[in-house]
Design a protein around this ligand. Sequence first.
Ligand SMILES: Nc1ncnc2c1ncn2[C@@H]1O[C@H](COP(=O)(O)OP(=O)(O)OP(=O)(O)O)[C@@H](O)[C@H]1O
Ligand SMILES: [Mg+2]
Length: 506
Amino acid sequence: MKKLGLCIGEPSTREVEFVGSTGVKLGDYVELFYEGRKVLGFISDVRRVSRNIPSDLEPEDLEKVKRIVGNDSYFVGKITILGDPDSRMFIPRIPPAPGTEVFLASRETLKKVFGEDDGTKVHVGHLLTREDVNVYISIDSIVSRHLAVLAVTGGGKSNTVSVILEGLLEKDGTILVFDMHGEYVNFDFQRNGKPAVKSIPLTLNPIRLSYHEFRLFANVDDSAYIQDRFLRRVFKETVEAIQNGEIYPSKFWEELQGKLEELESNEDYRDDRKSITAVRNKVQDMQDFYGDLFALDQSPIVEQIEFGKLNVIDLSHVDEKVADIIVSHVLRNVLEARKKNVREGSGGLEYPLFMVLEEAHILASSTINTRSRYWISRIAREGRKFGLGLCLVTQRPKALDSNALSQANNMIILKLVEPGDQRHVQQASEALSSELVQQLPSLNVGEALLMGQMIPVPALVKIKKARAKKGGTDISAVKSWREFREKRKELVKKRLKDIEDLDSLE
Ligand SMILES: Nc1ncnc2c1ncn2[C@@H]1O[C@H](COP(=O)(O)OP(=O)(O)OP(=O)(O)O)[C@@H](O)[C@H]1O
Ligand SMILES: [Mg+2]
């Protein structure tokens, strides 16, 4: 066992200072023996100090002293106590005494802590400081207690999500991705050697929308209460008529417009005529503008979700407003379908679902009151009881609704530079110490801090590369320009040759 140093100062049950001579790495794990237990710790802060080089020397004097004393530095560090791996990370109530020896944690201890796949876990990578220790996360925990994946642009969020999704698919996991950039549809995800992506067509049946969702499409503001009243009335009457079998579903728009026309010419509503006309125009605009999005024979999106697949709704071609309505519509229906199944024991959605929301800060914004924010919060709160897991992915944590973020019990934080983002994340999670926050800007692509219930103790992890990932790399402008130049040169050469050939014929 490799000895790193000794505890010094005034250790507490949670934190210990120590000094060491070599091999002290930030984020590494240590073992201490006290109170009859083996206790695991995490090096959360390291500084290097010199015995003989005072910090207040002039540069020339410093050079001289250095020549004489050589490299005489040693390490001073802080250890966060994590607990006894043999007793479910129990933390002794008595702190280690100063002078207690600090050892580098053995591979066996770390393997015991970070475990192996017992059939309920996903392998995500290895410890940043120990390539030989694999790290697994608990699937049940991320599905029941949600997951936030946070990093600057290009930090490795989508790769991390892909690694997790691959692991879930291997275990019959059923996933629904709201794909804001159309990247997941093109990934080559496999399950049992077969393609696992099911692309759900982006068409909605207006009859299945809630009035609230319908009103958003129609652009009727809730402050326009007269318009709201008439639209609500004709929408409800039309949907009821269809449900009662009085008219065919295909007659939805005609019926709706017909009812509005009737109201418009009804003398009883003479005073409201302007508002009714406005509603009629808005419904017409809605049909003109979003025509492609609506299909009166479309089955509900929830019924199109396939078991054991990566179900993807491609939202890359719609604007943020439409994405908001669609996401909220789907989340609402998924929650209802799961509730029905759990309460009644059959029907509805018959299995748990893990849902990925990229650009979560747009859908659940901290400043704009979107429809999807409401449903994301509800699922974040209630999902646990119904087996609905959310994976919130964002490059702007600061702009993400703090309510939704704090419900995410599990976090994967890759490189995060902006102090505002760091503060926001720290506020949402008590487990994130300021020492750990300080590490976030210096992480490289694919290096992440994992914490929460999904993992026994917080860990800095090198995430593995997803197998399924296709594309996603930045376009090299220089390479593309050069290629285009070559292509054009070839074209000109060919033309010249054609002209020469023609000349020789004449
Ligand atoms: N763990 C990793 N190992 C190796 N390469 C990685 C890793 N994670 C990410 N990369 C590479 O870094 C690039 C950016 O990764 P990714 O697309 O996952 O980032 P992102 O955070 O989702 O970016 P964006 O904010 O643009 O969505 C990709 O080319 C990817 O292949
Ligand atoms: Mg991404």
